[in-house]
Design a protein around this ligand. Structure first.
Ligand code: C2E
Ligand code: MG
Ligand code: MG
Length: 571
């Protein structure tokens, strides 16, 4: 009896332990985010736990009920899901998969584990079901982000480069061509500055959307950065090539893009085209080549498409080389000033000297300021170079003025970047005072590019300069906006008529009419006129006849070294 009692107590204790464990497992199941189906082969018993009721609208009472799961998932997943759920029968060893619910409830993952006895017969089976909709959408989002640009919906740069790489491998095998177009919206900064960044972003989006419409099986597009896009055409053909795409872009850009604010924005684009394998054989190099050509388009007046050729690349590389050398030269002041005389037309008396910079590089090549000044303006060297020109020319001029009695004027070319510096006037005055020069004998030459900035501010500065007695000359007149009407508002002393007018003035009656009206106009405003680039006697005679005050040009004197110029003063 004691033995029986003992067995009873043991059984009770074991039952208590079991139900405590069962309770614990049930709690774990309920707390987890999964649904479970447990099947015992031995007892032919099936139970569901966890989130089953939440995931599916039916209960599983019997082993056959499990088949109802197949009615709930989309058709294409039914067969593979059978293999997963009946893992022990399929023999395929597939134990997990993801299916989409038919009623748009999202995605579910199914994972099956089967326990076998020592003879290989299945004992127990557990199917774990999880709602993976959120994970899946996060994953899809990541996949999307890895391939596409969120702003435009076009491919992103990285993926585009990968695709281009794959296409290049294919093109090499198939001996095909790939055209790459780099497309940049002209003057995008004006949209951003004028209408705000949000409008700018919307424009990028709208134009990107338009480019997306141009894509086909062999044409793919990406958003490179800011307002720059890239299109690649695999195996361009007669009806699908860069030229065709350009025509479509030109047609579209004839009409404005309408922003959500109802503002209309008109744009033009500059496009550079480079082709595999001619221009380059790696994706980045090919894009780079097209980019270089695109920048060439920009520098040549924008709103155009150009094709890559070797000379463009050479110019580009030369510019980089010049850029580096120029920084070096600016550091050591490896420059020289030449002086070109200016004469009064009537009596051919010396009126002044224009200081013109020369750069002799270390190989003794003379590099023209028309080549290096634009580079210096871009890389910032123009500031130290400009400071050097001002000090060196004024120092030389002061020595001449001390030595020679005849007064004349020193003209100094000043870049817009220099002119726009806050301390420009003060530092110029400092040098003028340092060398005890009369400000009335110093003239600064500005070009119309200065006037692009805030017009009123530019004028205020001109007034300050002139208030100190410094003369101001407007250089290269006729090459910029060439508007006679704004001349009235400009407080200047001298106007230099550009060489391009003088070159054609004898042959072209329209140029004569313009030149004469410029001279009459400035005369009436009390401004002196200088004709630049006078090379022939006939030009001189004509300019004399129409009342041009002064002449500068090879006919009467080329730019020359300080020593050579001094002989002019001597005589
Ligand atoms: P610019 O100020 O219009 O100077 C006149 C240019 O025309 C000079 O070219 C001069 O050599 C050239 N020239 C004068 N007469 C004749 C002629 O009869 N025939 C021909 N074919 N050319 C003539 P350069 O010295 O090459 O200077 C070119 C430009 O570089 C200048 O044009 C000026 O814009 C810029 N520059 C020169 N020196 C400086 C400088 O110190 N600072 C800045 N910012 N720019 C400078
Ligand atoms: Mg000049
Ligand atoms: Mg000029």
């Amino acid at each position: 009896m004691n033995e029986l009692n003992y067995q009873m107590d043991l059984l009770k204790a074991m039952n208590q332990k079991l139900s405590a464990k069962e309770k614990m497992y049930t709690m774990i199941c309920e707390a987890s985010k999964c649904a479970y189906v447990y099947f015992s082969y031995e007892k032919n018993q099936i139970v569901t736990m966890g989130r089953w009721q939440e995931f599916f609208d039916f209960d599983i009472q019997d082993i056959k009920d499990i088949n109802r799961v197949f009615d709930e998932v989309e058709e294409e997943y039914v067969l593979p899901l059978r293999d997963v759920i009946f893992l022990e029968k399929s023999g395929k060893g597939i134990s997990a998969m993801e299916c989409r619910h038919k009623d748009g409830r999202g995605w579910y993952s199914f994972r099956t584990t089967v326990d076998y006895d020592s003879l290989g017969n299945p004992q127990d089976k557990l199917i774990v079901v999880e709602n993976t909709t959120k994970m899946k959408s996060q994953h899809d989002e990541l996949v999307y982000m890895a391939h596409f640009d969120a702003m435009t919906g076009l491919y992103n740069r990285n993926y585009f480069v990968t695709m281009l790489h794959d296409y290049m491998i294919r093109a090499e095998k198939e001996r095909n061509i790939i055209s790459v177009m780099v497309i940049d919206i002209d003057d995008f900064k004006k949209v951003n500055d004028g209408l705000g960044m949000i409008a700018g972003d919307e424009l990028i989006q709208l134009f990107g959307g338009f480019l997306k419409e141009l894509t086909r099986d062999n044409v793919f597009a990406c958003h490179l950065n800011n307002d720059v896009y890239c299109i690649a055409i695999y195996d361009p053909s007669v009806d699908c090539n860069a030229e065709q795409i350009y025509k479509t872009i030109l047609k579209r850009t004839q009409d404005p893009f309408e922003l959500s604010t109802k503002q209309n924005v008109n744009i033009t684009v500059s496009i550079g085209v480079a082709e595999y394998p001619e221009a380059a054989t790696t994706p980045l190099e090919l894009i780079n080549c097209a980019e270089i050509v695109m920048y060439r388009c920009k520098s040549m007046g924008k709103n155009a498409m150009k094709y890559f050729d070797a000379s463009i690349l050479n110019d580009f590389l030369r510019n980089i080389e010049l850029d580096n050398k120029l920084r070096e030269a600016a550091f050591h002041n490896n420059f020289e000033l030449y002086y070109q005389p200016q004469f009064y037309t009537g009596n051919k008396k010396l009126r002044g000297a224009e200081a013109l910079i020369r750069w002799k590089d270390e190989e003794n090549h003379m590099i023209s300021p028309t080549v290096f000044i634009p580079i210096a303006e871009k890389n910032g060297c123009i500031i130290p170079i400009g400071d050097w020109v001002i000090e060196e020319s004024i120092r030389t001029f002061a020595a001449w003025r001390e030595k020679y009695a005849e007064p004349f004027i020193l003209s100094i070319n000043v870049s817009a970047i220099q002119y726009n510096k806050i301390d420009f006037v003060d530092s110029l005055l400092l040098i003028i005072r340092k060398y005890h020069v009369n400000p009335n004998e110093v003239e600064i030459e500005i070009t119309e590019s200065v006037l692009i900035e805030d017009f009123e501010k530019v004028i205020d500065k001109l007034k300050i300069l002139r208030g100190h007695g410094i003369r101001v000359s407007l250089d290269d007149f006729g090459t910029g906006f060439s508007s006679l009407s704004y001349l009235k508002k400009l407080p200047i002393d001298t106007l230099k008529i550009d060489k391009s007018f003088i070159d054609t003035v004898l042959a072209d009656s329209a140029t004569r009419i313009i030149t004469e009206s410029i001279i009459n106009m400035v005369k009436s405003l009390g401004i002196e006129s200088i004709a630049e680039g006078v090379e022939e006697q006939a030009q001189y005679d004509y300019l004399h006849a129409i009342g041009c005050d002064m002449i500068q040009g090879y006919l009467l004197g080329k730019p020359q070294t300080a020593e050579q110029f001094e002989t002019l003063l001597n005589g």
